[in-house]
Design a binder for this molecule. Structure first.
Ligand SMILES: [Cu+2]
Length: 113
């Protein structure tokens, strides 16, 4: 709840301009198919208009309507697709279902460039 309040305070000046918010956060992942899963998970959240993820920088950018959704809901969707969001750990079951090449945790997978 505290996080939501802080977030709301941070986003407040922007709400004057538009209901649409752009948020960036770090999401773990390896490749193009990770990107597809991350983007798809986020776009399934009602209120999200677009999402993008950069496999090099791991930067996830999402545009959403803050009257319909929030950072927590979007993070939860990405976490349940099997991807870590910032310091939150992904759902283990979802993570274990990822193809081997997409297992981004060091203990499971060596870097494969
Ligand atoms: Cu992948």
């Amino acid at each position: 709840m505290k996080i939501i309040l802080i977030l709301a305070a941070l986003l407040m000046p922007l709400t004057m301009i538009a209901a649409e918010q752009t948020l960036t956060m770090k999401v773990s992942g390896n490749c193009g198919s990770c990107k597809k899963r991350i983007v798809k998970a986020a776009e399934q959240v009602e209120g999200v208009s677009s999402a993008d993820w950069d496999k090099k920088t791991k930067k996830f950018t999402v545009v959403f309507d803050d009257e319909k959704t929030n950072k927590k809901s979007i993070s939860t969707a990405v976490l349940s697709a099997g991807y870590d969001v910032e310091d939150l750990k992904a759902d283990n079951k979802a993570y274990s279902k990822l193809p081997d090449c997409c297992k981004y945790r060091d203990e499971d997978h060596e870097d494969h460039d």
